[in-house]
Ligand binder design. Structure first.
Ligand SMILES: [Zn+2]
Length: 167
C-alpha cells in the first residue's frame, strides 16, 4: 500500500491509500477517487514535502573550493585574496566527492601497503637499494625528507590524509 496526498480541482486535499502508483492513476482516470469535500473526481496527487523531523538543523552545505583564480576582465578591479595552501583547501570545506575519493585512496593504501610510520624515508631507501622487500609502504616524512628521496630518484607521493569513511 502506498499513501498519497490527493488534491481535487477545487484545491481540497485529502489522504488516499492505493496499492501502487499505477492503481492510483487507474482509479483516478476512471473517476473512482472522489474528493470527500466536494465530490469532485478530477483529482491528482499533491506534491509531498519530504518528511523532515521538526527542529532538525539543515545539513551543512559544502563550500566550493576555489580551483583557479577568476579570469580578469578589463577595467575590473580584482580583490587581493590571500594565497591558500593545499592544506587550507583540504580543510573542512572539502567537497564530499573529493573527500570520498581520498577516503577510497586511503583505504586502498591501507589495504595494499605496509605502514612504516616515521621510518618511511629510511625504509623507502632500503627498498630502493634492494635491502628490504620490494613492496608498497606508507608512513610519515617531512617535506625535506620527501625532497631528498626524490633527489635520490625515489618516487614518493604525498597524499592528503582524510579521516576514514567509517570514522
Ligand atoms: Zn474537492
Amino acid at each position: 500500500m502506498i499513501h498519497y496526498q490527493v488534491r481535487c480541482s477545487e484545491g481540497h486535499e485529502f489522504d488516499g491509500w492505493f496499492k501502487d502508483s499505477q492503481a492510483f492513476d487507474r482509479q483516478a482516470k476512471r473517476g473512482l477517487v472522489e474528493c470527500p469535500v466536494c465530490g469532485g473526481v478530477e483529482v491528482r496527487r499533491a506534491l509531498m514535502a519530504p518528511a523532515l523531523p521538526r527542529g532538525h538543523a539543515a545539513p551543512p552545505v559544502p563550500v566550493p573550493v576555489p580551483v583557479a583564480p577568476e579570469g580578469q576582465r578589463e577595467g575590473q578591479k580584482i580583490e587581493q585574496k590571500p594565497k591558500e595552501t593545499p592544506m587550507a583547501v583540504a580543510g573542512k570545506a572539502m567537497p564530499d566527492q573529493m573527500r570520498a575519493l581520498l577516503q577510497r585512496m586511503r583505504a586502498e593504501i591501507e589495504k595494499n601497503c605496509d605502514y612504516v610510520g616515521p621510518a618511511f624515508a629510511e625504509e623507502a631507501r632500503r627498498i630502493h637499494r634492494g635491502e628490504s622487500e620490494r613492496r608498497g609502504i606508507y608512513g610519515e616524512a617531512s617535506p625535506e625528507q620527501a625532497d631528498a628521496l626524490s633527489d635520490e630518484g625515489i618516487q614518493v607521493a604525498r597524499i592528503p590524509w582524510v579521516e576514514r569513511a567509517d570514522g
